[in-house]
Design a protein around this ligand. Structure first.
Ligand code: HGY
Ligand code: MN
Ligand code: MN
Length: 399
């Protein structure tokens, strides 16, 4: 089945009627459906499928072994996300295997498809959770106790999904099997529009972190409480939203975003008692993310003090700058006949693996330049050339 047909098969899974787009989160119903879809497709292609101790799904062409050529991505989305971020890489990996099988290619090395759990952190808050667990980049106990917005822990959700959370943790044996990893992904910016190319390789990922700001004040009556008597945590929270943009604009090519802000109790006629918000901060360069976050935190602390509120700031995740393996990238570039090499501000599982094995990315043009939103798009012709390109890369690497 071609890549566009494969994408068509899952187009209805996990649609979010309220937000638009898709909401597909680890161990929710949509995730179960997508996992089953992937496993069925992989088995149809004669691959051997197993799910590792951290909920990542491996599909082997030939016997598992070391120095394997591995490709894949993720199936989960951000809340109200697009159709392509993640699933395009998984569908393209399945299609690339079919293309190679169709031409009678027999890999000289083990070749595997790999689907990572919870890449977006859309349910439990930590991005690339499956690849961080696999590589030991997150403490297993911390992971087990991550909670979703309903207070369900990852461990509880995993048990309900039939996994044993006691097995979560670094998996050096599985990691040692990977000789190199290539992730195909829809481009999430405007790079390929401007460069007028359907595909590109990835050169780097800028450092990025997520920080929880928790403001506490005094819940009270919105009408009966005079301004002088208020300790309203929403005021300092609003400061962070504006300070994020100001601080990022003051640094070269920095990005800082508040996309999630939760007042408690959240009544229209109620002064909030607490407000939690999450800052997504990204900028390349040693230590520069910390400088960006510190600038914003200083403004937040001053605003909290002025309003008689308390503030705690917690780093929830951080990933350093990634530069992809140049030997791998130039091998990819050679078989693709010379394509652009794109830096990105988007994190990926390939970025987590890059610290352990030669990793690379293959981007497919997104004519809207929009991602993490329903408008995310890729033309069927570009999707096809993406899958063909991935097949050529796999043939080169596993030939
Ligand atoms: O947030 C990111 O950069 C990625 O989409 N997880
Ligand atoms: Mn994403
Ligand atoms: Mn992604």
């Amino acid at each position: 089945m071609g890549v566009n047909e494969l994408m068509g098969e899952i187009a209805g899974v996990g649609r979010d009627a309220r937000r638009g787009g898709y909401s597909r989160h680890v161990y929710d119903y949509a995730d179960f459906e997508l996992r089953d879809w992937f496993i069925d497709q992989a088995l149809d292609s004669g691959l051997d499928v197993n799910t590792d101790r951290n909920g990542n799904i491996w599909a082997w062409w030939g016997n598992p072994g070391s120095d394997a050529v591995v490709t894949g991505s993720h199936l989960d989305s951000v809340p109200g996300g697009g159709a392509y971020d993640g699933p395009l890489g998984v569908a393209s990996a399945l299609a690339a295997v079919e293309i190679l099988q169709g031409k009678g290619f027999a890999p000289a090395k083990p070749l595997a498809l790999l689907v990572f759990a919870e890449e977006e952190g859309g349910r439990f808050g930590v991005p690339c959770l499956g690849s961080r667990l696999l590589t030991g980049a997150i403490d297993a106990d911390r992971a087990r106790n991550l909670r979703d917005t309903d207070g369900v822990t990852l461990a509880e959700a995993a048990v309900k999904a039939g996994h044993d959370p006691k097995r979560f943790g670094a998996d050096p044996e599985s990691l040692a099997q990977i000789g190199c990893f290539v992730e195909l992904h829809v481009e999430q910016g405007r790079g390929l529009i401007e460069l007028d190319s359907p595909v590109a390789t990835g050169s780097s990922i800028i450092a990025h972190g997520r920080y929880r700001f928790s403001f506490s004040g005094q819940g009270n009556h919105a009408g009966a409480t005079r301004l002088a008597d208020r300790h309203d945590p929403m005021l300092p929270a609003a400061t962070v939203v504006a300070a994020a943009r100001r601080a990022a604009a003051a640094m070269n090519d920095a990005r800082a975003t508040v996309g999630r802000l939760v007042p408690t109790p959240g009544g229209t006629n109620v002064i909030a008692s607490t407000v939690d918000l999450w800052l997504d901060a990204r900028v390349s360069g040693e230590g520069r993310t910390a400088v960006l976050v510190e600038d914003i935190t200083e403004a937040a602390r001053a605003a909290a003090e002025a309003e008689g509120c308390e503030l705690t700031v917690t780093e929830e995740s951080y990933s350093d700058d990634v530069v992809f393996d140049e030997t791998l990238r130039s091998r990819m570039d050679k078989v693709l006949g010379g394509v652009p090499a794109l830096p990105t501000g988007a994190g990926h599982d390939a970025g987590i693996l890059a610290a352990h094995v030669p990793s690379g990315m293959l981007y497919v043009r997104n004519p809207t330049g929009i991602s993490h939103a329903p408008e995310e798009y890729a033309e069927p012709a570009d999707i096809d050339s993406g899958a063909q390109s991935l097949a050529r890369v796999l043939e080169e690497l596993a030939g």
